[in-house]
Design a binder for this molecule. Structure first.
Ligand code: AMP
Length: 444
């Protein structure tokens, strides 16, 4: 009998774990720069939340939810996206009554979708996202897009593609839906089963169909931009001009409709090209939404919102392909080497002290040969080895060896904190690509 991870899920460890944590740290720091605060909502929600807010016509709700009855016969669902739970929480705790508007929150956590696993597509994946609700302004929509782009640029991405579209206002969407229904009525018999359903529930979804033959048929379909009300059109171009003034380039994609039901006005996706030519799909997607707060029982005054969700798996894969994670893996600072059983107790005490000073450190707890300790130290990625035997202990010193340059010097245990600070300052100053004469000479 062997035990394996559930299909479509994956374990995250080693360099990958360091990469994921780096991506989330950068994302949180940027969100905080924009005035967002953290929120954590449960992974498990009552099923009707997603049916009501994410939308009964969305593929995510119709086909991809992990829904089951709990032991109390209540239908619960593992969240398939982040927005619904956040809005539920805002309404349940009446956060609009105690916070200034707009209310800005960010989250990270796993989401679950029963999709066919493939490149960049998992059944459990990690999303980092933001929601900004309670106030309606094209500036807030633009700001949310800037936040997404800023996150990617801080992560080191260069070739980003921002795709945008508008889904207009309610009046626009009503007219556009009717136009699509008329257009597809004579074509739908030859289209996929999903599109047949979409035509009844939400014909805009057909534009997003991934079936090749259907994509051909979609090309001649009416375009949303020809149905925009003057107000919706003005709103779209105002948002675009704010983004433009921020120096962000975009491309209008008429077929971008996004997967969830509650979007209106601007919607967007961020794509990037991998140096290895792989296409992991959109790195992040989001847009403006209306009506979610009142749909879940809150006051309609706070109904406007904007947000996005970013897929951490895809961002990680893309960063790895593009060599953006080289300095991210966690490296140990010090590998402490006790020479013989007699110095074990003192070394253990020293190990804890080194950690208290703030340097990461490990040591072997079984006596080992120096050669084998050096091999382990190198595999651990430690920057320095600190070697202590009876003789050193007697003199109150240790040998500090830089594992990259192999330079070794004696340090005093009584002033170890200062000696370590100086040694680490020096390697910061003379990093891998330092071209000072001393480092050049060592390289030669
Ligand atoms: P969505 O809510 O569908 O717009 O998804 C937001 C982001 O989550 C996407 O832009 C992707 O980066 C990521 N994502 C969506 N579905 C998956 C999946 N099945 N596996 C991994 N990442 C995903």
């Amino acid at each position: 009998m062997s035990y394996i991870a559930v299909k479509g899920t994956h374990d995250i460890y080693g360099d990958e774990a360091d990469g994921y944590s780096y991506i989330q740290t950068v994302f949180k720091a940027i969100a905080e720069l924009y005035g967002y605060r953290g929120i954590e909502t449960p992974v498990l929600e009552y099923t009707n939340l997603f049916e009501r807010s994410t939308g009964e016509s969305s593929d995510v709700v119709r086909k991809e939810m992990y829904t089951f009855l709990d032991k109390g016969e209540r239908s619960v669902t593992l969240r398939p996206e982040g927005t619904a739970g956040v809005i539920r929480s805002i309404v349940e705790h009446k956060l609009y009554a105690t916070s200034d508007m707009p209310l800005k929150v960010y989250y990270t956590g796993p989401v679950f979708r029963y999709e066919r696993p493939q490149l960049g597509r998992y059944r459990q994946f990690l999303q980092a996202g933001v929601e900004c609700v309670g106030e309606d302004s094209p500036y807030l929509d633009a700001e949310c897009i800037c936040l997404a782009m800023q996150t990617f640029s801080m992560l080191g991405f260069k070739n980003l593609k921002l795709k945008v579209n508008t889904l207009g206002d309610a009046d626009t969407r009503k007219k556009y839906r009717a136009a699509l229904q008329e257009f597809f009525a004579t074509r739908i018999d030859d289209m996929c089963e999903d599109c047949k359903q979409r035509l009844k529930l939400n014909p805009m979804r057909i534009l997003d169909c991934k079936v090749k033959e259907d994509q051909e048929r979609v090309k001649d379909a009416p375009k949303m931009k020809d149905y925009l009300s003057p107000e919706a059109e003005e709103r779209f171009y105002k948002t675009l001009s704010i983004i433009n003034d921020m120096g962000i380039e975009y491309e209008i994609d008429d077929n971008l409709v996004r997967g969830l039901d509650y979007y209106g006005h601007i919607v967007f996706e961020v794509h990037a090209l991998s140096d290895t030519g792989k296409d992991y799909g959109a790195l992040a997607g989001g847009g403006h939404y209306d009506g979610m707060i009142s749909t879940l029982g809150g006051p309609a005054d706070y109904d406007a919102g904007v947000g996005f969700g970013m897929g951490v798996e895809r961002v990680y894969s893309m960063m790895k392909d593009n060599g953006l994670l080289n300095d991210v893996a966690h490296k140990l600072d010090i590998y402490l080497m006790p020479i013989g059983e007699s110095v074990m107790d003192e070394c253990y005490e020293l190990l804890e002290n080194i950690r208290l000073i703030g340097y990461s450190a490990i040591m072997p707890f079984k006596v080992a040969k120096l050669g084998s300790m050096f091999k382990k130290a190198e595999r651990s990625g430690a920057k320095f080895a600190l070697i202590i035997g009876d003789e050193e202990l007697e003199k109150g010193v240790a040998q500090l060896k830089n594992l990259a340059t192999k330079e070794q010097k004696e340090v005093h245990l009584a002033t170890l904190d200062e000696e370590l600070d100086a040694a680490f300052d020096e390697i910061e100053e003379h990093g891998d690509d330092c071209d000072c004469p001393h480092c050049q000479e060592k390289k030669n």
